[in-house]
Design a binder for this molecule. Structure first.
Ligand code: ADP
Ligand code: MG
Length: 707
């Protein structure tokens, strides 16, 4: 179709006719018509529209109505092909893409097709613009409109920065400054300004509401990992339709589905570590409703057009409200009521704050990369592959140096040019400005402020007893009438059925040793140490046979770490013993029938509604040694005491008590001298020397079990 631009007065008429004819839709959704009209007219437009509202249609239709070709820059190479495959028959023949999998002859053929008017739409990834030849070719095909999908990726302070988006501005200049249509689901007024500044354009903004009135927002406070698992399972059972569970780590993505499966819910996992075949297979199963639940990192779902996702559960805090909106926005695209649950906990909030800080490149990393570049330069020009820089400067994987280079560029210490083959090419600003260190420090300072502000805003969203829809709306500069009727704050009883998914813990028995030995005696299927502990804890992660056992959950009131220590004590004394079978180390009852009195440490305090929780595995010192809330406070107090003591005695601090011991003290909070023996690294000598002081510190801060 090669419709010339209609006269103004019929414009609306023509747009509607084209919409019906080409796409078969009876009418525009809110915001679409205005965006299409502006794009057809070639005005710089920034379109803000919620996920699923139909952004692609805007540029696809506009491109069909424009006289010259349209370039679509989309960050998701994997999805470009899907997008084109899913175009209606009247449009599809007019769209094509260029990516690295094409041989040069085919790529050239497509560009010729574009020049000849055979194609109206060309999709390419932003990396492509770093290739001089590609941009030169674009110049010759007379691109009349550049569409930038997910345009928030251009913002360095945003949640999804892509270094190659920074180069779009240069590419635009090279191809004659064609008009730009930028599209995104999530931009706060601040991001909006950053986008305009980074692209060097003044946009007319078309903003549709971020409010998705068919989504019910719920926040559920959980106490620990077990609570999370229970909640995930309860929700997978609560809803019959398709759902996505988003988790932060790949490890969780794999663990959660296996727990769900064990408990009768079909689930698959998806993360960036899967190879492309597996990823395609998982997506396919989900789209075809063969897998009802997908547990995934954020990598999953961007651009996936599944209309009937009935629920999204965020297993961990997302980095920001922007990410929250993106992720939950994948639910209910068909307009039917759908539910979005965020699981919140004090320890996870602590983790989020920590990630916000550790995600920020350190000054040291920036300096190392900058120095490596200074060494490699000739007349200020440097060529380096990201992987080389990563190993030379010792900074993480390949994506890190790209971000670092982008930051140096932002600080105007260099300019990154077209790539040379696989290498980045950069021109250093020479002589290096005198205030270089200051520039870098300032840049990192604002980076950190932004990242922490994002995290805080996210945590506050969960903690505040304020309408969830209103909070989201206000964050994006909008408002909404309250009570909204569609969140757990405004309409709390709608999900009463799953309000408390945590199993009631039975009180701890007095004869712990007996209970453990009986549990082992009653095995219907032998277990190893981990399986036994999970069984006694009553964890959903326990093997299936263990979940049916009578002893399942018998020690649920104790922490996993404590149970493990008890079992180890019984193993040490020969009440239990290991044996090998088929290469597994399993546990059976031992010779020694004389059971010890196992000390039961103070019962964990009942968790507060939103405060940090000391209950359960999340607050046991993790492998990375993090503690939550009150435990962290006590840890600091113990550490301060150790410093004083070390100075007093003229000894190195670690010889007094090492960090692991302090962490265990802070989370287990023993109340009697002999209980100190359970803490790693504390033996009789240390108990005698420091026991009294340590206990006084612990007890002085510990909350009595009664409250
Ligand atoms: P997003 O805004 O998240 O990029 P998409 O462009 O993927 O959303 O569109 C989501 C879905 O909405 C697609 O299936 C698309 O076909 C459909 N859609 C878009 N515009 C309309 C319309 N005017 N009428 C009906 N369906 C539409
Ligand atoms: Mg889209």
């Amino acid at each position: 179709m090669n419709a010339p631009l209609p006269p103004k007065s019929d414009a609306g008429e023509t747009l509607h006719a084209a919409l019906r004819e080409l796409f078969g839709f009876p009418g525009f959704r809110s915001g679409q018509e205005e965006i299409v009209r502006r794009a057809v007219e070639g005005r710089d437009t920034l379109a803000l529209m919620p996920t699923g509202a139909g952004k692609s249609l805007c540029y696809q239709l506009a491109a069909m109505l424009r006289p010259t070709p349209t370039l679509v820059i989309s960050p998701l190479i994997a999805l470009m092909k899907d997008q084109i495959d899913n175009l209606p028959p009247g449009v599809q023949p007019h769209a094509t893409l260029i990516n690295s999998s094409l041989d040069p002859v085919e790529a050239a053929r497509r560009l010729q097709g574009l020049a000849a008017g055979q194609y109206k739409l060309l999709y390419a990834a932003p990396e492509r613009l770093r290739q001089r030849q590609f941009v030169a070719a674009l110049r010759s095909v007379n691109v009349g409109l550049v569409v930038i999908d997910e345009v928030h990726c251009v913002s360095m302070w945003g949640h999804d920065f892509r270094p190659d988006y920074m180069f779009i501005r240069t590419a635009l200049k090279e191809i004659g400054e064609p008009p730009v249509l930028g599209l995104t689901a999530t931009a706060t007024p601040t991001t909006e300004r950053d986008i305009a500044q980074s692209l060097g354009r003044e946009f007319e903004v078309v903003r549709s509401s971020v409010v998705r009135s068919n989504l019910r927002y719920e926040v559920q406070h959980v106490e620990n990992e077990e609570g999370r698992l229970r909640s995930a399972l309860a929700h997978a059972r609560r809803f019959s339709g398709s759902g996505i569970i988003y988790a932060r780590s790949r490890e969780k993505c794999e663990q959660v589905p296996s727990v769900l499966e064990r408990n009768g819910v079909r689930a698959l996992h998806y993360h960036a570590g899967l190879d492309s075949r597996d990823r395609a297979r998982v997506q396919e199963s989900f789209l075809a409703d063969r897998a009802r639940v997908i547990v995934a990192t954020t990598a999953f779902g961007m651009g996936i057009d599944k209309r009937d996702i009935r629920w999204v559960l965020l297993y961990n805090f997302p980095n920001s409200l922007e990410s929250y909106v993106q992720m939950v926005g994948r639910a209910g695209r068909d307009g039917e009521k759908s539910t979005c649950i965020l699981l919140a906990s004090g320890p996870d909030a602590t983790n989020l704050r920590r990630f916000a800080r550790t995600d920020i490149p350190a000054i040291e990393q920036l300096r190392l990369v900058y120095r490596a570049l200074r060494r490699g330069g000739v007349d200020g020009w440097v060529e380096a592959e990201a992987s080389e820089l990563a190993s030379e400067a010792g900074v993480g994987d390949e994506s890190t140096p790209r971000v670092l280079v982008a930051m140096l560029e932002r600080a105007e210490l260099l300019r990154r040019d077209y790539d040379v083959g696989p290498a980045m090419r950069m021109k250093l600003t020479l002589p290096a400005p005198e205030d270089t260190p200051k520039r870098i420090a300032e840049l990192l300072g604002s980076y950190e402020t932004q990242a922490l502000a994002h995290a805080e805003r996210m945590i506050q969203f969960a903690d505040a007893r304020a309408c969830r829809h209103l909070q989201v709306a206000q964050h994006f500069g909008e408002s909404v009438a309250v009570p909204c009727g569609m969140c757990d704050v405004c309409a709390p009883d709608a999900h009463a059925g799953t309000a408390s998914p945590t199993a009631e813990a039975r009180p701890l028995p007095t004869d712990i040793g007996r209970v453990v030995v009986d549990a082992v005696e009653g095995f219907s299927w032998p277990l190893g140490l981990k399986g036994l502990v999970l069984m006694l804890k009553g964890s959903l992660a326990a093997p299936r046979s263990a979940q049916r056992a009578e002893a399942f959950g018998a020690l649920a009131a104790a922490r996993e770490g404590t149970i493990k220590r008890w079992v180890e004590q019984l193993l040490d004394r020969g009440n239990l013993e290991f044996f090998e079978e088929d290469g597994y180390r399993l546990i059976r009852v031992g010779e020694n029938t004389d059971l010890p009195r196992l000390a039961s440490l103070p019962a964990p305090r009942a968790a507060e509604k939103s405060g940090p929780s000391r209950n359960g595995s999340e607050t046991t010192p993790g492998s990375d040694g993090t503690l939550a809330g009150g435990d962290a406070e006590l840890f600091e107090r113990l550490r301060a005491w150790r410093t004083r003591k070390a100075q007093e005695l003229g000894l190195p601090a670690y010889t007094i008590l090492h960090n692991q011991a302090l962490q265990e003290l802070a989370s287990l909070r023993p109340t009697e001298l002999d209980q100190l023996g359970h803490i790693s690294g504390i033996g009789p000598a240390k108990i005698e020397k420091y026991g009294g002081e340590v206990l006084a510190l612990v007890m002085g801060t510990s909350v009595s079990p009664a409250d």
